[in-house]
Design a protein around this ligand. Structure first.
Ligand code: IPE
Ligand code: IPE
Ligand code: MG
Length: 227
């Protein structure tokens, strides 16, 4: 389908991998494997329908609370993605990682940095929120501004210094997995995003459902405080 609504940015909260696996009596990691495949499929679909900015919530600052084995499995999938993206990059798509990178291994950080630098001139953007926290993002921006000597901070300063400074705010945020909350995702950027929640578990999300959500988006009246 063609995107009629001039949507510039869609952000996804990829939730429900664990429950998807549990339904199949499989370990949670099994769900993350399928979730990682779905992430690739959904990203390329968004570019196909003409959306230039796409963001995925892959791992929150709170997700470190999970069992080490699960965290390791997610990091392994992330490493696989980094290697794959390095080898067969879509020349059009710039990759940016939103989150605090110091928590990751040296190897992982250097791969992330390489990809970001190699793709920084691309017009389309793929943002991956990993070790991401919306509150931490705002605090980091404020501290950065202080360290630069600022004593008074404007909204514009924060907008320009959050991790996703390169992206316009998301027009829509889609959360799979049935929970109706943001779980610390894009606290600053979501001020006027249209929110969509679906019970579909992330690995089950289909293109046709994305089309339906986009159709619903088209019917919403975005007033941004006006009349
Ligand atoms: C994936 O879904 C999101 C990540 C944190 C990687 P979950 O792993 O939270 O799946 P559920 O919510 O337990 O089903
Ligand atoms: C949100 O999902 C984080 C990601 C999708 C990466 P969670 O599963 O961590 O959220 P809660 O714990 O249900 O709020
Ligand atoms: Mg979850």
């Amino acid at each position: 389908m063609e995107v009629q609504n001039d949507i510039k940015h869609i952000a996804f909260i990829m939730d429900g991998n664990g429950r998807w696996a549990k339904k199949r009596m499989m370990p949670r990691e099994y769900g993350h494997n399928f979730g990682a495949k779905k992430f690739r499929e959904v990203a390329s679909y968004c570019y196909d329908i003409g959306v230039p900015y796409v963001t995925f919530y892959a791992f929150s600052t709170e997700n470190w609370k999970r069992p080490v084995s699960e965290v390791n499995a997610i990091m392994k999938l992330f490493m696989e993605y980094l290697d794959e993206a390095q080898k067969s990059r879509d020349k059009d798509v710039g990759i940016a990682f939103l989150g605090e990178k110091m928590r990751f291994s040296e190897e992982m950080r250097s791969k992330m940095k390489f990809l970001e630098n190699a793709t920084s001139a691309c017009h389309k953007k793929l943002c991956i929120a990993i070790n991401y926290g919306g509150r931490a993002e705002i605090v980091d921006a404020v501290n950065k501004l202080f360290s630069e000597g600022k004593t008074e901070i404007t909204e514009e300063d924060i907008t320009n210094n959050i991790y996703s400074g390169i992206c316009p705010p998301p027009d829509m945020i889609i959360r799979t997995g049935g929970e109706m909350r943001l779980s610390n995702f894009l606290m600053w950027q979501s001020a006027y995003s249209e929110l969509f929640f679906t019970d579909t578990l992330w690995p089950d999300l289909r293109k046709s459902e994305i089309d339906d959500i986009i159709e619903q988006f088209g019917k919403r009246k975005r007033r941004f405080g006006g009349v």
